[in-house]
Design a protein around this ligand. Structure first.
Ligand code: NDP
Length: 413
């Protein structure tokens, strides 16, 4: 049994991770939250106490930490006796947190691919630029490192694995569709860190088509999908982490990612991008001050976690998988519907943070009990899907399936 969790970051997703760890501290043990701005850790701790979320009386502490400092991170892991680190800080800290985990021999989880400040949308597959270079190191140290265990990437990878395991002999395409039909009432806001959100869309859109990489521009390829509960939704083909692992790890010739955007988002994005305000490269003002436009835009936009109290509506995220089973053409949609208000009532967060924050806690529980403690680096599709999806069914993110036999809940117990 591995016990005691150190959460890195104290943003929107970390709030959900901390609440869910508290709800399951009988399995997970002590909970520590460490972030750059220590006061944000304390705010999360206060909200856990307000909701009486700790299942058992236990340790719940906050710490100030610069997670780019490997030695300081390793020292905190040792001081807190943490055996599982859930990294939901910015993707810029992934490699340093992973180094600290390898140094101390503890399990590592994250929810997004590592990024360097001055580079965007690097050569595909993205995982090969940083994470996969450290596979041997993890295996040698016996370190379990689970990559991209949010919702997308994360749960959608498990849906793809489930399709491979149970529903197909041969898969021809996986289309991952992410619709947020919620409304936050602000003129403009992003649902997670604006800097990371925009960086996903300002470079090349890579998709895996006919078993090779295809390059497009953002908002070049549009498609309307009719999804359960949220109905017909406008989406655009987008570059995304899971395309970069599923394309390499599953024998599937077409893997694409589609994200829903309203016309208003597209307009605002196009204006900001066209005039250079989404650039990650520094510019110098007439006064000689060096500014990174994207960081300035982030500073002006609402903090995504501040959207939670007024957010209404639902999300629908899933995998539309096509292929053959027993010689017949088959199609299944494996998906989840989440509700912004329900998330707020339970953990004080909006639905996007909720869908991203619950899965790493389920994964941490599977590491704690040994089922996913594989002692090497793994993407989610490398691991058995059912124990994970089974846990999520009882943790607020139930899985449903829609196929020729109808639309129904999937129960793996
Ligand atoms: P936020 O920006 O709200 O939170 C990030 C946190 O990381 C902040 O508390 C920030 O501190 C902290 N941080 C940044 N740099 C450092 C550092 N050097 N040392 C210590 N702490 C640091 O982001 P979100 O909570 O919205 O997202 C967190 C992660 O989850 C991101 O990687 C994001 O890409 C990912 N994500 C994944 C999803 C999925 O489904 N897979 C969906 C949504 C998000 P400070 O408060 O000082 O800025």
């Amino acid at each position: 049994m591995k016990k005691n969790v150190l959460i890195i970051g104290a943003g929107g997703v970390a709030q959900v991770v901390a609440h869910k760890c508290a709800q399951h501290n009988d399995v997970l043990g002590d909970i520590h939250i460490a972030s750059r701005t220590a006061v944000k850790c304390q705010q999360i701790i206060d909200s856990i106490h307000e909701k009486n979320a700790l299942k058992n009386p236990g340790v719940l502490e906050g710490h100030g930490l610069d997670a780019t400092d490997i030695d300081a991170t390793a020292a905190l892991i040792e001081k807190t006796g943490s055996q599982i680190v859930i990294n939901v800080g910015s993707p810029f800290v992934n490699m340093s947190v992973m180094s600290a985990c390898i140094k101390t021999g503890v399990a590592y989880l994250d929810t997004a691919i590592h990024e360097e400040q001055d580079k965007i949308c690097e050569t595909p597959p993205w995982y090969a630029n940083y994470e996969w270079k450290r596979r041997e190191e993890c295996e040698k140290a016996g370190v379990t490192a689970i990559l991209g265990i949010g919702f997308d990437p994360g749960v959608v990878n498990a849906y793809a694995k489930l399709a491979v395991e149970d529903y197909f002999d041969k898969i021809s395409s996986i289309d991952i569709i992410d619709i947020n039909a919620g409304s936050h009432g602000k003129y403009f806001a992003t649902n997670f860190d604006p800097e990371i959100n925009f960086r996903e869309f300002t470079g090349t859109v890579y998709s895996w088509q006919d078993s090779k990489w295809q390059s497009n521009k953002m908002f070049e390829i549009k498609k309307i999908w009719d999804m359960p509960v949220v109905g017909e939704s406008q989406t655009f083909m987008t570059g995304h982490d899971e395309v970069h692992s599923l394309s390499q790890n599953l024998d599937v010739p077409n893997v694409r990612f589609w994200m829903g955007f309203g016309d208003h988002y597209v307009n605002v994005f196009t204006v900001l991008n066209s005039i250079g305000l989404l650039s990650e490269q520094p510019v110098t003002t007439a006064e000689g001050q060096e500014v990174i436009p994207l960081k300035l835009v982030k500073a002006c936009l609402p903090d995504p976690s501040s959207l939670a109290p007024d957010y209404t509506g639902k999300t629908c995220i899933g995998d539309l998988v096509k292929g053959t089973k027993d010689g017949k053409e088959t199609e299944v949609l494996i998906y989840n519907v989440a509700d912004h208000k329900d998330a707020y009532n339970e953990v004080g967060s909006q639905g996007i943070s909720y869908t991203a924050g619950v899965p790493p806690v389920a994964a941490a529980m599977l590491i704690a009990t040994g089922e996913w403690d594989v002692k090497k680096m793994a993407n989610v599709e490398d691991l058995p899907a059912k124990p994970f999806l089974n846990l999520l069914n009882g943790m607020g993110l139930p899985t449903r399936i829609k196929d020729a036999n109808g639309d129904r809940a999937l129960d793996f117990s």
